[in-house]
Design a protein around this ligand. Sequence first.
Ligand code: HGY
Ligand code: MN
Ligand code: MN
Length: 410
Amino acid sequence: MTVGEAAHDAIRRCRWIAQQTEEPGRITRTFLSPPMRAVHNELSTWMAAVGMQTTIDAAGNLRGVYPGASGISRRLYLGSHLDSVPGAGAFDGVLGVVMAIALVHLVAPHRLPFGIEVIGFSEEEGVRFSMPFIGSRAFAGTLDEATLTARDSTGISVREAISGFGLDPARLGEARFAASPLGYLEFHIEQGPVLEDNDLAVGIVQAIAGQSRAEVAFRGRAAHAGTTPMTMRHDALAGAAEWIGNVEAMALGTAGLVATVGRATVSPGAANVIPGECALTVDVRHANDPIRHDALERLKTVAQAIAARRALTIEWRPYLDQPATCMTPSFVSILERAASAAGATAPLMTSGAGHDAVVVAPHMPVGMLFVRSPGGISHHPDETVREEDVAVALSTGLNALELLAGTVDG
Ligand code: HGY
Ligand code: MN
Ligand code: MN
């Protein structure tokens, strides 16, 4: 198989996986949803074809091991996530898993001085349980009870979802990475416009911005839309809308800050009833953690002031505080040399998107390679990649494996 053929095959497989959705008509694949089983089966078959031993761990991560030269136990992990946001594209997360398997196919039957374990993480987006990174946290050994007891909109807990998928929560400890890991590499679409604006195929991630997420509920008093004078209202949606304008204004006014209200649920939700409650989510990111934390605190203060003036109440529930994370300099350097050897100009970049690499970073060396996102679009059906860029990324990956082999003593 040539690198070009592998790139073509990888894109074809991503588009097949995109059809495995829980929502006909759009790509949605959340934690341990039924379509995930078809994805596991298809990728397991592909991995087994090149002699990889495959399993599904207790967190629902797809795991495939390609042993190194005889007797060598150290492993390099190559991974990304198989779940998606609602209405996703075909490549976020999935491309990284598929490229990792393609790399093994390109390496086989040659044996490296380390094993390769490919991981398809089960949950990175945090859609079903508002708890991102469940798969990679199980791999890192950092899953906590609060996560396992979190419940989805139907009242099912993470632990029950695991059992319901036919897995054993009691074996979550076995999902943790093996001793003395060589490190973790993740291939991922950029999901932004930088590589396209510079007409470049790949980029090397130097750091991943920190992110905070919170649920914010504005509560007022539902009342009749026709008989309640404007001066006597406690309109939760009007208060939330005023706050959302402040969220956008603050982000526009703070260099490097992005802030998004991604979900708004209004109740009771009838045209002729003044909203009694508006439940929002807010996602705040910045490369510098103190700036991010300060922005979140300011947004909380503004929400409280708006509520006080409108005689509303506020419930503020932070549920994610993911620190900004630097990639490991030695892996950044290997990727730079690998990309150069592939004839690619690969800029060092900061990722505005979060990735499983941030969860893995405290435990082993990590590196990430970005692939150009045509149109700079992601978390949208128009998300795509160019075959020639995937080929450059695969060549870079092969060079990186060779360079890593040179660092491993026997
Ligand atoms: O939200 C993110 O940054 C990623 O897509 N999970
Ligand atoms: Mn995503
Ligand atoms: Mn992703």
